[in-house]
Design a binder for this molecule. Structure first.
Ligand SMILES: N[C@@H](CCC(=O)N[C@@H](CS)C(=O)NCC(=O)O)C(=O)O
Length: 207
């Protein structure tokens, strides 16, 4: 059975959501962030990077959220939550799966770290701000008139990308992007998302 190693207030919330959408049985192991907000050392015993999400399944350990979502869908979903791999929609799906952590999260994470430099970080902020606006604007434009990133039903790409507007909101940067805001609010209204929230415990990015 899949074991989801879940760190509070983290990207692993979306893996719980994936499991709930699919109705798959899973075990959940909770880890609490240290006062520094870093992960506890126990997570490094599961995967050397020591971060979450990470899953274990029949002796296999998988780290990196897009790889986890892809693995669970390919191996356990029976064709659900992804487009047919022979279609162009699947190429779009793959793009969003990689885009989340490969591009969209970078300026948001830079914002988090550079803000800690206070005044010393000031020269970097204009570029960070313009890149956040670039990526959120791209997403917002894509979501105009759509309920999902690919096709007309939920896919793993929506789940993978959901952390981007959640973090943007935590930095007060989502409100201007109305389509993005509507999309994530719709996703947060899904019963499986709510169930994952109950199971995962308090999640500060649940907005
Ligand atoms: N790109 C990785 C990022 C994983 C990651 O940075 N996870 C954070 C939580 S959102 C973490 O474990 N942070 C604790 C730490 O760095 O000690 C993924 O998407 O899985």
């Amino acid at each position: 059975m899949i074991m989801v190693h879940h760190l509070n207030d983290s990207r692993s919330q979306r893996i719980l959501w994936l499991m709930e959408e699919l109705g798959l049985p899973y075990e959940l192991k909770h880890y609490q962030r240290l006062p520094t907000r870093l992960a506890p050392p126990e997570l490094a015993a599961i995967h050397p990077v020591g971060k979450s999400p990470v899953i274990t399944d029949n002796g296999k350990t998988i780290y990196e959220s897009a790889a986890i979502i892809d693995y669970v869908i390919r191996r356990h979903a029976g064709g659900r939550l992804q487009p047919d791999p022979s279609t162009p929609a699947y190429d779009d799906y793959q793009m969003w799966m990689h885009y989340a952590e490969g591009s969209a999260m970078l300026p948001l994470m830079l914002n988090l770290y550079v803000s800690r430099l206070k005044d010393a970080g000031a020269p970097l902020h204009p570029r960070i701000e313009s890149e956040i606006a670039n990526h959120l604007g791209y997403l917002d434009g894509h979501l105009k008139g759509r309920k999902f990133l690919v096709g007309d039903s939920l896919t793993g790409a929506d789940i993978q990308m959901s952390f981007v507007p959640e973090i943007a909101e935590a930095f007060g940067k989502r409100a201007a992007f109305k389509n993005l805001d509507a999309w994530i609010k719709d996703l947060h209204a899904r019963p499986a998302w709510k169930k994952a929230l109950e199971k995962g415990g308090p999640y500060r990015f649940a907005k």
